[in-house]
Write a protein that binds this ligand. Structure first.
Ligand code: ATP
Length: 703
């Protein structure tokens, strides 16, 4: 069965007005009750409407009761049959996730979670009554948050938490949080007390977009243990209130909020990558790249999953809403195996490696031997993935072939300003060539048009090639590597530090500074790093005004490809102790930060690979202004539009997303940061010199 995806459009807030409403619900069939389609206009052309179909769509007027009755209440009986149930709310910040999951204090306002608990307790009483006292049902809850990619027990007051948070481990195919408190709660009242008390510990804060914005992903697990003479059956309901993604250009977030936001955006980005990989049936799903995705394990968790997509109805969320709709669209293609947890039968004691409160789940059956007990016989043989439909209701017929995936991309240069409006002008491009009779504006328009045409042409012809299956051995090695990386808490921060050292060693101070800044959130208490950043900033300022040519090593190929990064990771893994809390001696003196490639792999000095024109001398290229082709490339990169970037030669979906993600990370530290040269582009995640050259060559734009 696929993940059930339902959309909920929230009502207008006080500062929103009717005429700004752009998201509406519609029915795809007159005879069926309710709506299944979300309609939203093309941001570039109001007359063109996109339609996204879901299992159900709930309009602004929908009450908490209606949503619960239709979507959550039916899962309760499956929960008591031994299936695990996962409910999660996804959406941009301020779209109503917390309202949906937790809700307000009045009876009518209560959200999905308190209503679910209420239904669970009712069912407990029924089970006990029906068995005439032979069965007993125990309910226990654990509640934790993932904040800045660290797991914290919400039953622990913040001041009692350890900074590193709780570790997570794989156990019998499930991801578990080690050391989590599990509290028995046998009545709704007990639950409410515990839940309210724990919510006080949750990380929330005011942002410009939401006065009580959730800054963490909150995961509530309710464990139900049914004990009878013959067996014990354990199942778990998980309700997840994800933190909302947000565009920092709109939030006015301060430094601390930016770090949180960067972490939230990253985990949601990884979630989107996982969803993409699952829906394309790729062999490798990047679960391990964030704790949230490891815990959520979409498509890996057996049972029933319901995703509630929260949407704001108004124009100021236009692009975010499209992006959420696109994400949800892919989520719907995920198949979930409905597998009951097996009862433990009474009899000779069986040995189990599972311990601790959260580990007390039943081991799952091997997927190959599972059968979906909820489906009729014919469905058990073939479980087709429901394909998801995106319709485009064009205002007039078009000769262009339908390409739904292109229609929901971010527009090329439209960026929302803080007030939610779109500037009409596009970012200008520097002119490098002498004017040949055309005005600057005309040349810009020509370049724009040519690039847009090329990209559209490529995107329309693009077909999705299924990822080649990885051999068992490669897959195992990849998994082992991921495991090693994920087990090292600060691995990402260390990668940035290593890259910073490399840049510094080559005299590339600006890039080194950027890398140190990117490392900073991972080592917030490290004074040496803070001093290093200040010193470097001062050094750069002193040098400002001088001619900053890159010197003789400019043309050494700088390749931070994945392979190099993996080597880097390996290198510092052997120095784990150096990094515990304090990363040892001053970075300058600490050789463990320097990745020393083996001699035979050392890059050879060569003529600049990032050349704009056929090489004349080996060192002049960086002194010349970039060619129109390079400018075009940088312009496309700076749009941060995954669809445009992935249309470049040699760039697939993953690489494009990695590029955009690195840009967003840069943005978090230096708002509106642009990639201004090919060297910097070559240092972005997933991009090496080869990719840069491919991207350039592929552009083939002439002016
Ligand atoms: N269905 C609804 N009915 C009435 N008010 C709603 C509804 N959905 C959301 N709201 C209101 O919208 C505002 C934002 O909602 P909420 O805090 O739940 O958003 P969120 O998506 O959880 O945001 P964040 O990700 O920043 O935590 C709140 O004031 C909330 O009361």
């Amino acid at each position: 069965m696929s993940v059930r995806v339902v959309a909920r459009i929230r009502p207008l807030l006080k500062n929103e007005i009717d005429k700004d409403v752009i998201v509406t619900a519609a029915s795809n069939n007159e005879s069926t009750k309710g709506s299944q389609i979300v309609r939203i206009p093309n941001p570039k052309n109001d007359a063109e409407l996109y339609s996204f179909q879901f299992n159900s769509v709930y309009e602004q007027e929908t009450t908490q009761q209606e949503l619960f009755d239709n979507e959550v209440s039916p899962t309760v009986k499956h929960l008591f049959n031994g299936l695990d149930v996962t409910l999660f709310a996804y959406g941009v910040t301020g779209t109503g996730k917390t309202h949906t999951m937790r809700g307000g204090k009045t009876l009518a306002d209560r959200g999905v979670i308190p209503r679910l608990l209420s239904a669970i307790y009712r069912r407990c009483r029924k089970v006990e009554k029906d068995s005439q006292g032979d069965s007993k049902v125990e309910v226990a809850m654990s509640y934790y948050e993932i904040y800045n990619d660290r797991v914290y027990d919400l039953f622990e007051a913040p001041e009692k938490r350890t900074a590193a948070g709780l570790p997570i481990r794989d156990n019998g195919g499930k991801t578990v949080v080690v050391g989590l408190t599990e509290r028995p709660c046998m009545t709704l009242k007990e639950f409410e007390q515990l839940y309210d008390q724990a919510n006080v510990n949750r990380s929330t804060s005011a942002t410009k977009l939401n006065a009580h914005s959730s800054r963490s992903h909150a995961i509530l697990c309710v464990k139900i243990t049914q004990i009878s003479e013959e067996h014990t059956l354990v199942s778990t309901a998980s309700a997840i209130d994800l933190a909302g993604s947000e565009d920092n250009r709109r939030t006015d977030n301060n430094k601390e909020r930016l770090v949180e936001s960067s972490s939230i955006n990253k985990s949601l980005f990884v979630l989107a990558q996982c969803v993409e990989a699952i829906s394309k049936k790729q062999a490798r799903i990047p679960y391990r790249e964030s704790k949230m995705t490891r815990i959520l394990s979409l498509g890996q968790n057996d049972g029933i999953t319901v995703m509630i997509l929260n949407l704001a109805p108004v124009k100021s969320y236009h692009l975010d809403t499209l992006s959420s709709l696109n994400f949800a669209n892919r989520t719907k293609k995920i198949e979930v195996n409905e597998v009951e947890n097996e009862p433990i039968f009474r009899g000779p004691k069986t040995t189990s490696s599972l311990t601790g409160p959260t580990l007390n789940r039943q081991p799952l059956r091997a997927l190959t031997s599972t059968a979906n007990i909820q489906l009729p016989e014919q469905d058990r043989k073939t479980k087709p993935v429901k394909s998801f439909s995106v319709y485009s209701d064009k205002s007039r017929p078009s000769m262009r072939p339908a390409a739904p995936h292109t229609s929901i991309s971010r527009p090329t240069t439209q960026k929302r300003s803080l007030d939610g409006s779109f500037p009409s002008s596009t970012r200008s491009i520097k002119q490098a060539r002498p004017n040949v009779g055309l005005s600057k504006a005309e040349i810009e328009a020509m370049i724009d048009q040519r690039v847009t045409e090329k990209i559209a042409e490529k995107a329309l012809n693009q077909t999705t090639v299924p990822a080649p299956a990885l051999s068992g051995d490669v897959q195992r090695r990849l998994d082992a590597l991921e495991q090693r990386v994920s087990e090292k808490e600060d691995s990402e921060g260390l990668q940035f530090l290593l890259m910073a050292k490399q840049h510094h060693a080559r005299g590339e101070d600006s890039s080194a500074l950027r890398m140190y800044q990117l490392a900073r959130p991972f080592f917030p208490k490290n004074e040496k790093l803070a001093r290093k950043i200040i010193a470097l900033q001062e050094q750069i300022q002193r040098k400002r005004g001088e001619d900053l040519t890159y010197g003789s090593n400019t043309h050494v190929e700088t390749n931070y490809s994945t392979v190099t990064q993996k080597k880097v990771i390996k290198n510092y893994e052997s120095h784990d102790d150096d990094y515990a809390g304090n990363f040892g001696p001053e970075p300058e003196a600490d050789d463990s930060f320097i990745f020393k490639p083996k001699r035979k792999n050392a890059p050879k000095m060569k003529v600049a690979i990032f050349r704009d024109e056929p090489p004349t001398t080996s060192s002049s290229s960086t002194e010349n202004p970039p060619s129109p082709r390079t400018q075009n490339l940088l312009r496309i990169i700076n749009t941060r539009d995954v669809m445009q970037i992935r249309a470049l030669k040699g760039v697939g979906a993953k690489k494009a997303e990695a590029i955009v993600s690195s840009l967003c990370e840069m943005d978090d530290l230096d708002e509106g940061a642009l990639v201004t040269d090919l060297e910097t582009l070559g240092c972005l995640r997933g991009v090496g010199s080869k990719t840069v050259e491919n991207m350039r060559i592929g552009l083939g734009v002439s002016v």
